[in-house]
Design a protein around this ligand. Structure first.
Ligand code: ATP
Ligand code: LTN
Length: 339
């Protein structure tokens, strides 16, 4: 009976790359949202290590960060009893399906991807084929699990679109092999901006550490970063999402709104007439209050390597079982000998 209930639940897949210290943007735009979904959906969350090597990584650091990311997922409230948590490279089906789907994806489609254009501009000395086909690996991650919904930040919606296109193309050729997934955006916090260049998204691989808040930063560093966030010279606290000059204040209002469960408009009302200094201090305090309990839990978990290992090992096994069903189907359809 219980099994029946689980089978009826819609399935969710998502992940974050262990490519740097997780930022407040990653938390508010992605992970926080996952926590609220885990009771109503069958959830699979992964540490996307295969994706990270599209940009050069230091091997020892990548290993360390992958485990830290798992501990952080759990510290943020993801329950390993309810969700499948695994490391992408532990399940070879991801790379296998990606190869097949590469042969069903056009160069022209990939050339249009904003993330590819951004990252190849930032890493001009290493524009590798993996960076180019990154969205195909991401499509494979999603399609392997017959995923219904993919909760991500706004910047990833273009990748969800191409995933749907690839799946539809494949289905048109071979019948209903893949479920067509949908992206799921958070209502607020879907795009937290850089504290130094508030028209750009906050990114964990930004070379300027003052531009992002890491979930691992010291609390006084977090405060300092918020207090030195770029704003404007107007000195008026108002939420004007379409006014680029207000990008810094809009961003702080949005952050304050998500961490306090309010709206940017209401926060602006509460602080109207106040100076930027007072407002920034309040935002800093609210952000620290949000991060503090997560960090305490994280500090406890990261010491328990055996526990973390047991979780990712179980996750590898269950994800492998689920993924093989789709991979076998795909192999059969394209003409590989399966049994
Ligand atoms: P990188 O800088 O290495 O590209 P990133 O910080 O952009 O990394 P990802 O690992 O690519 O983070 O993204 C993980 C998740 O966090 C995705 O769902 C993404 O949409 C979300 N996310 C990333 N940055 C932000 C942001 N600034 N605001 C809201 N959500 C974000
Ligand atoms: N590209 C994603 C990380 C990612 C992902 C996925 C997210 C890789 N594969 C599958 C959702 C589903 C990013 O957030 N940068």
């Amino acid at each position: 009976m219980e099994q029946n209930v689980t089978e009826q639940k819609k399935r969710i897949f998502s992940g974050v790359q262990p490519s740097g210290n997780i930022t407040l943007g990653n938390y508010l735009g992605a992970i926080k949202n996952w926590v609220s979904l885990q009771d109503d959906y069958e959830c699979i969350f992964a540490m996307m290590d295969l994706h990270t090597i599209t940009v050069r990584q230091t091997p020892a650091e990548l290993r360390k960060r992958t485990l830290e990311l798992l501990a952080l997922y759990i510290a943020c409230g993801i329950d390993p009893e309810k969700c499948t948590l695994f490391i992408q490279s532990h399940n070879s089906a991801h790379a296998e399906l990606a190869w097949v789907l590469n042969c069903y994806t056009y160069m022209g489609e990939l050339q249009r991807m904003t993330q590819f254009k951004d990252k190849s501009a930032r890493h001009a000395d290493n524009i590798n084929a993996g960076l180019f086909t990154y969205p195909v690996l991401m499509a494979s991650d999603i399609l392997l699990y017959q995923t219904d919904l993919v909760p991500v930040g706004k910047d990833q919606m273009q990748h969800i679109e191409i995933c749907r296109d690839i799946a539809q193309r494949f289905n048109a050729l071979y019948g209903d092999v893949f479920k067509i997934p949908e992206g799921l955006l958070v209502k607020s916090g879907a795009k937290i901006m850089s504290l130094q260049e508030p028209t750009k998204k906050m990114s964990k691989s930004d070379p300027n550490p003052k531009s992002f808040i890491s979930m691992m930063d010291d609390f006084n560093v977090i405060s300092k970063k918020i207090k030195s966030a770029v704003t404007d010279s107007e000195g008026i606290i108002e939420y004007r999402p379409d006014d680029e000059n207000k990008a810094g204040i809009n961003n702080l209002l949005s952050i304050m709104a998500v961490v306090t469960g309010s709206t940017p408009e209401d926060v602006a009302k509460n602080f109207s007439g106040e100076g930027y200094g007072t407002f920034k201090s309040a935002v800093a305090d609210a952000v620290v209050d949000t991060i503090r309990p997560i960090r305490e839990e994280y500090d406890r978990l990261i010491k328990d390597k055996a526990y973390l290992q047991q979780i990712y090992k179980n996750g590898a096994e269950s994800s492998h079982r689920l993924a093989q069903r789709t991979l076998k189907k795909v192999y059969k359809k394209v003409g590989f000998i399966v049994d």
